[in-house]
Structure formats: C-alpha cells, structure tokens
Design a binder for this molecule. Structure first.
Ligand code: ADP
Length: 151
C-alpha cells in the first residue's frame, strides 16, 4: 500500500525549514500532501493563502509525489478523506514538543488510524520561524534567504 503522509500547517509563510521536513519525509513516504490550513489560534494570516499555495506549488514543481492543497476542517478528518495514514510534523525545540504532543494526542483520539511522525529540524534551519519572517518582512527586511521561492 502507498504510504501517504499529510504535512499540515499554517505556512504563513512556508520556509526552508518546512521544505527540509518535506524533502526528508520523501525518504519515508511515497506521497506527501502539503496542506495549508487555518490555525484558529493564529487568527488573521499575514500572507494570503492563495499566494502561499502558488509559492509552495512552485517549490515542488518537479515532484509528482508532492501535492499542495488548502483545507479548513479537522486535520484528522482531512487526513482520513485523503487516505493519509501518517501525519508529518517538524520539531525544533521543547516549545514545539509541548505543542505537538498535545495536538498528536487529540489527533490520535479523533483518528486512531493516523500515526503522527516527527522529524527533528536540521541544524541550519533550527532558528527559522514563520513568525520571525513575518516581522522582518513587515519592516521591509530581506527574507529571501529563509524562503525556498521568490515572493
Ligand atoms: P502550525 O500553525 O500548524 O503550527 P506551522 O506552519 O507553524 O504550522 O508549522 C508547521 C510544522 O512545521 C510544525 O510541525 C512546526 O513545528 C514545523 N516547523 C516550523 N518551522 C520549522 C523549522 N524551521 N524546522 C523544522 N520544522 C519546522
């Protein structure tokens, strides 16, 4: 059976750290669905969802086994509908761990078939965060070296 992983996130914006998780995930899975979702805890987006969809699609244009979509429902439910058996997430530090741990427990409760898989960040991307990129961009700073595409 094809191993399909869902990589959900706000991706506001999608960074080189995210790209690294997807490309490393390809060694484990036959197909990865990158799914841009709405994180209710993060309210209003900074980068338009349609813009991010385009940017991520451009980033993985050469990869037929990477799909890029948007979604606005429970992650566990979206995974079930799309035949994903795995939920891929990245971990940078203990703050990420605390957050990911609670999400993973809820997702297990909602869909027991869905296995969460975590990849530890590569050291060169450990300090890249979407929120810092948003701050730099807001004040017209250059963010190109943090992103795998041109804005
Ligand atoms: P969410 O709003 O769902 O937390 P994010 O877009 O912030 O979505 O992150 C998506 C996933 O990518 C999360 O698992 C997060 O921990 C992970 N991630 C974010 N930045 C990095 C990075 N630099 N290296 C590795 N993983 C990362």
């Amino acid at each position: 059976m094809k191993r399909i992983a869902l990589f959900p996130g706000s991706f506001d914006p999608f960074t080189k750290g995210h790209e690294d998780i997807v490309l490393r995930g390809l060694k484990l899975f036959d197909e990865i669905i990158v799914a841009i979702g709405y994180n209710s805890g993060k309210s209003v987006r900074y980068f338009e969802i349609e813009l991010m969809l385009d940017c991520i699609r451009k980033t993985f244009a050469g990869y037929p086994n990477i799909k890029v979509v948007t979604f606005s429902e429970l992650t566990a439910e979206f995974a079930r509908k799309n035949g994903a058996q795995y939920l891929l997430r990245g971990l940078r530090n203990t703050t990420d761990f605390e957050y990911e741990n609670s999400i993973a427990q809820v997702n297990r409760y909602l869909n027991a078939e869905l296995e969460s898989v975590f990849l530890i960040t590569s050291p060169q991307f450990a300090s890249i965060s979407s929120s810092i990129i948003r701050e730099v961009h807001r004040y017209k700073g250059d963010v190109t070296s943090f992103l795998p595409y041109k804005l």
